[in-house]
Write a protein that binds this ligand. Structure first.
Ligand code: DGL
Length: 265
């Protein structure tokens, strides 16, 4: 039994897909979520900057909330900073990349798969390496999707503009005829209806959120760190516009996102 909260962070609203999965799978766990909307997007910034942001938030979560585990609910930060964060603290740090790759490989039948993500994630090579480490004979097509995150952060999830952008950016994975596509940015599941329309029904869309939550549960169980107790409302903090985070965040996550505090680091 470990009463301490789990710290979760992302550049903004994307990590709410992971927070949702954690709340559903582990309702008794306490959650502190930081959305760095004041400095988003991370996916188009130099990876050194992303590493610094990730380290700042991780240190703050440990210092201010004594979190028992850190969940990096962001692909760009997982690609850039996971190893550094694991050196920074001896508390478990869980990323989203390995979980996503596991789901992707279990979903494909044709062994012809795709990953989409931010420029930072795709150019880091993290997915290319993670897939090759598990199965070097698989065919992987990757595509960066600059602009998707901005649509989500504006709450524009379905529009002609998003569809036109999606048709252009998804062309490499459509042309490659992948049968499973990993949404390798935690913002992208919010665009799933548009992505599905462009990819067609024969392609399975995979989000890493559920598999990441299962991974968290496994690590809590293995470490004897599970919490048993009354359900507590998760805490949400934003480095940007607090009221906007409340409004859009509630729409994206659901009623558990009640009030948002200011994150000043
Ligand atoms: N949601 C993040 C990811 O999974 C970051 C998006 C961004 O800020 O560009 O990569």
């Amino acid at each position: 039994m470990d009463d301490r909260p789990i710290g979760v962070f992302d550049s903004g609203f994307g990590g709410l897909t992971v927070a949702r999965a954690l709340i559903d799978l582990l309702p008794e766990e306490r959650i502190v979520y930081v959305g760095d909307t004041g400095r988003y997007p991370w996916g188009s910034k130099p990876l050194d900057d992303v590493r610094r942001f990730a380290a700042e938030i991780t240190e703050w979560l440990i210092r201010s909330h004594d979190v028992k585990m850190v969940v990096v609910a962001c692909n760009t930060a997982s690609a850039a900073a996971l190893d550094d964060l694991r050196e920074l603290t001896d508390r478990p740090v869980v990323g989203v990349i390995d979980a996503g790759v596991r789901s992707l490989l279990s979903a494909t039948e044709s062994r012809n798969i795709g990953v989409i993500g931010t420029v930072g994630t795709i150019s880091s090579g993290a997915y290319q390496h993670a897939v090759a480490d598990l199965d070097s004979s698989i065919r992987l097509t990757c595509a960066a999707c600059p602009g998707f995150v901005e649509f989500v952060e504006r709450g524009e999830l379905q529009s002609d503009q998003v569809r036109v952008l999606a048709q252009r950016l998804l062309a490499p994975v459509v042309d490659a005829k992948v049968d499973a596509l990993l949404l390798g940015c935690t913002h992208y599941p919010f665009l799933a209806p548009t992505i599905r329309e462009v990819m067609g029904r024969s392609c399975v869309l995979i989000s890493s959120a559920d598999e990441t939550a299962f991974q968290v549960r496994r690590q809590l169980d293995d470490g004897g760190m599970t919490r048993k107790g009354a359900v507590e409302a998760p805490r949400f903090l934003s480095s940007g516009d607090r009221q906007e985070f409340e409004r859009l965040g509630r729409m994206l996550l659901g009623p558990e996102l009640d009030r948002v505090g200011v994150w000043e680091g």
